[in-house]
Design a protein around this ligand. Structure first.
Ligand code: MN
Length: 423
């Protein structure tokens, strides 16, 4: 069952945390995403909820009694909706809890934000048909989409150990590559390092090994969504991916944003899921009324690049592209149902990546592989620099937000990562 729109989404709600009422804030009182933070010198993470430019310590505010995100994940839908209502009532203007809550409030700029939870298994999908077509055209100009694409959500098993928190840096990976004019590969730092603009769905409720999750219940297993940058070394990928798919080209780092925006918060931004005219309807196990009526999410996504030169000048960076998750070929619910159709068990903290979210227009592409047409067309930046792929010192920043008439805009914060030279 998908979360309803209720009083917690009312655009007239205002918070006594003044920064939350700024119309440009990603974290108004209608959002309330969950994350983990710690203060300087602390080892253990605290559970928090973002409100304006602050974070509320959930345990100190006596809203929950522990420190493990699984406490929130284990809650049934009704309990989580009750918690959301408690948070709204405590944070809204005129609340009797203002004094108690204020003592549990920290500026986000003064704390470390970590991964939102311990990440279990990581599966990455390929749900943007525009991305799949763009990449497919580079590999197979006559036949860009493989015949299975319109019948099942394509995915592969990624690596959870290298998922890092937003703000982290990583070293350019070393790997085997083979240039077109070489007859043998060599080991070298990747020269075709790329980002991928994605969303991550975080699993809350498990299914028992052997049990399938029906489409109608699939969203009950999902905690919420965050931003994911699935860094990719295209030259390593090109040499290694056949016959078993991506491996070391992907597993050196993936960056996850700190805040999980819950499906409850996203309720006003649902849209119908439709297939383009002439495309096959999904098989019955991937088809359902609720999925058709509101399976999709209207989430605007943006990628920005800040080069080392830009950073030295204090410039925030150039936006490279913008797309929207509404055009995904498969919904989050379909990903969960398809993932479990063979009896595979999902566990709390598992992460399902949507795959690169590219829009239908060339400038809406969610990777450099697409924006530079495989490195053939350099991208011109505002300061005169050019890029085909990422250079050392480049920082990639993802943003996401939802807006709709009659509702308060909510956002995902940022997902930021910086490329360091090969170690
Ligand atoms: Mn990916």
């Amino acid at each position: 069952m998908s979360a309803p729109i209720d009083e917690t989404h009312s655009p007239s709600l205002r918070s006594w945390v003044e920064s939350a009422n700024d119309p440009t804030s990603d974290f108004p009182i209608q959002n309330l995403p969950f994350g983990r933070f710690r203060r300087s010198g602390e080892i253990n993470w605290r559970l928090g909820v973002a409100i304006g430019d602050h974070v509320l310590d959930l345990r100190a505010a006596k809203l929950i009694s522990g420190r493990d995100m699984r406490l929130l994940m284990r809650m049934q839908t009704t309990a989580r909706r009750k918690l959301r209502l408690q948070m709204v009532r405590g944070l809204q203007v005129g609340s009797e809890q203002q004094t108690a809550f204020r003592a549990a409030l920290y500026p986000q700029s003064g704390v470390e934000l970590g991964l939102p939870c311990e990440i279990g298994d990581y599966t990455d999908f390929y749900t943007s048909i525009h991305h799949a077509t763009n990449i497919g055209k580079q590999l197979r100009p006559d036949n860009p989409l493989l015949p299975n694409y319109k019948w099942l959500p394509i995915g592969y098993h990624g690596r959870a150990s290298s998922i890092v928190a937003s703000g982290s840096s990583f070293h350019r990976p070393l790997g085997q590559t083979r240039l077109a004019d070489q007859d043998r590969p060599n080991l070298a730092p990747s020269r075709r390092l790329d980002y991928e603009l994605e969303l991550a769905a975080i699993i809350a409720h498990p299914n028992t090994l052997g049990d399938r999750v029906d489409l109608a219940q699939a969203e009950d297993h999902v905690f919420g969504l965050a931003l994911l940058n699935d860094w990719s070394a295209r030259d390593i990928q090109a040499w290694e991916y056949q016959p078993l798919g991506p491996f070391l080209a992907k597993s050196f780092a993936s960056t996850l944003s700190p805040w999980v925006v819950t499906l409850e918060a996203l309720a006003p931004f649902r849209e119908s899921f439709t297939r383009p005219e002439g495309d096959p309807q999904p098989l019955p196990y991937l088809d359902g009324d609720r999925n058709n009526e509101r399976g999709a999410f209207n989430i605007e996504l943006q990628v920005s690049l800040q080069t080392a030169q830009m950073r030295a000048r204090g410039y925030a960076g150039d936006q490279l592209s913008q797309s929207n998750y509404r055009s995904a070929y498969w919904t989050i619910a379909q990903l969960v149902t398809h993932h479990t159709i063979n009896g595979c068990n999902l566990r709390p903290g598992d992460l399902l990546g949507t795959g690169t979210v590219s829009g239908p227009k060339p400038e809406q592409a969610g990777s450099l592989m697409e924006l530079s047409t495989g490195g053939q067309q350099p991208i011109h930046l505002s300061n005169g620099e050019t890029r085909t792929f990422l250079e050392d010192g480049d920082c990639v920043i993802l943003h996401g937000y939802c807006q709709r008439n009659g509702f308060r805009r909510i956002g995902f914060g940022e997902c930021r990562g910086t490329v360091l030279p090969t170690a």
